[in-house]
Design a protein around this ligand. Structure first.
Ligand SMILES: Cc1cc2nc3c(=O)[nH]c(=O)nc-3n(C[C@H](O)[C@H](O)[C@H](O)COP(=O)(O)OP(=O)(O)OC[C@H]3O[C@@H](n4cnc5c(N)ncnc54)[C@H](O)[C@@H]3O)c2cc1C
Length: 382
């Protein structure tokens, strides 16, 4: 079964059997063997194997708005975070600079014990193993994990975010970096998330004693502040063009039905992400997404061209006399960092979805402000 059919089946199964109870059950972490109270769709939505609109549409086909409001809001958290980071890309650059500056910390026993699941905190150790085995943690477990990492283990949030990004199948620079900053108290300044033994034992299926968590820690503070930079969307010129698919938007061709470019190819980012130390499990998932795109490329666009690096791109440009290169919009992240460099030499344009262009403008402040726009967004796009 291809990865898109797998995602559609998952969406259908969740909508039929568990969506109705989502609002009441979603905060409980039932453990890896019993996951059905949340959708487990994030790995697919983050690569847009299925997108936000079709996910919300499927929910609407089953229930009236009031019944699925919570689920719809959760899907919009992704959109909110994406827009927020697109307007403040410096947050990503600073995070990466911080990671470079923290190289010495990688040799500390505190860090090594944390990433090996060898700390004195049994729930934390369980989550480390679970993350490595399944490439997934429940949202509540992610919050507890990040909070314990920062406030009890006293480790830098940036290293925890990096560990998550490289091990989560749904690893997403916006949801992840900003999720960690939110827990630390850097997103809503001074408002942090403190995990407590009581809360963990209420919501986790497995119960724990004597966790000795730091339940009194102060929020983290930083001197930096981030001004909004307006997002400038490209005008697309499709003359002498090459359209380059990538696996961070696997369903754009289904949304943009009129795709009239001269040539089509797929760019494979696997070697780039390998260099960034993404886990083999995450790379395998991305390779499966590429397999789906390879078939699409062949069957719908009669092309078998795969670009592995800058030289491959250069060769195609020469061979086919390409003047304009179009990518599905690459949001802030390592793939965009790589293409941004190449953009200095070639005419590369990002094709953004109307949905993103419209929604991201509302990510100027907190989610509660964004949330007010949801009815308007739904009327326009569903
Ligand atoms: C520290 C931290 C790091 C995180 N890192 C990531 C990440 O790298 N990638 C990622 O996709 N999510 C991340 N999340 C958000 C959230 O934990 C996952 O999206 C969710 O657990 C996925 O499980 P699900 O598909 O069963 O979600 P459901 O509860 O079924 O939610 C439906 C969909 O809504 C979206 N969603 C739900 N909650 C959030 C949220 N808080 N932020 C953004 N989108 C959300 C997802 O697309 C999800 O598939 C992070 C949260 C925290 C606290």
């Amino acid at each position: 079964m291809n990865i898109r059919d797998e995602a559609l089946n998952r969406l259908e199964d969740f909508s039929n059997n568990n969506l109705g109870k989502y609002a009441a059950d979603r905060n409980f972490d039932p453990g890896p063997e019993n996951r059905n109270n949340t959708s487990l769709l994030s790995q697919y939505i983050s690569h847009r194997i299925i997108d936000e609109q079709e996910t919300i549409r499927a929910a609407y086909q089953k229930f009236p708005f009031k019944k699925i409001e919570k689920f719809v809001q959760e899907v919009f958290w992704r959109t909110y975070w994406k827009g927020w980071l697109e307007m403040r890309p410096q947050v990503w650059d600073d995070y990466n600079q911080d990671l470079n500056n923290l190289q010495n910390e990688l040799n500390s026993s505190n860090y090594k014990e944390a990433i090996e699941g060898n700390t004195k905190i049994p729930c934390f150790n369980d989550w480390v193993l679970e993350l490595k085995e399944f490439g997934y943690l429940h949202n509540h477990a992610r919050m507890w994990f990040a909070s314990i990492w920062i406030f009890t283990l006293g480790l830098p949030w940036q290293l925890g975010a990096d560990f998550f990004l490289k091990h989560l199948l749904d690893g997403d620079p916006a949801s992840n970096t900003l999720g960690w900053r939110w827990v630390a108290g850097l997103h809503t300044k001074g408002k942090h998330y403190l995990a407590s033994e009581w809360n963990i034992n209420k919501f986790s299926a497995k119960k724990y004693e004597h966790l000795n968590l730091n339940e009194q820690a102060q929020a983290k503070h930083e001197d930096r502040s981030y001004d909004i930079q307006p997002i400038l969307f490209d005008e697309i010129n499709s003359e002498h063009s090459l359209f380059v698919f990538h696996n961070l938007d696997c369903s754009l061709h289904l949304v943009e039905k009129e795709m009239n470019y001269n040539h089509y190819a797929l760019i494979d980012f696997t070697s780039l992400l390998k260099k960034e130390n993404y886990s083999p499990k995450v790379l395998d998932f991305k390779i499966r997404s590429n397999q789906y795109l390879t078939t699409t490329l062949k069957e719908q666009f009669n092309s078998q061209t795969i670009i592995q690096n800058k030289d491959d791109l250069q060769t195609i440009i020469k061979e086919k006399n390409i003047k304009n290169i179009i990518f599905p919009y690459l949001a802030v992240g390592y793939e965009n960092d790589f293409i941004k460099e190449i953009k200095k030499e070639f005419d590369i344009y990002y094709l953004a979805r109307d949905y993103d262009k419209y929604c991201w403008q509302f990510s100027t402040k907190g989610f509660f402000k964004f949330k007010e726009q949801i009815p308007k967004i739904i009327t326009k796009f569903l």
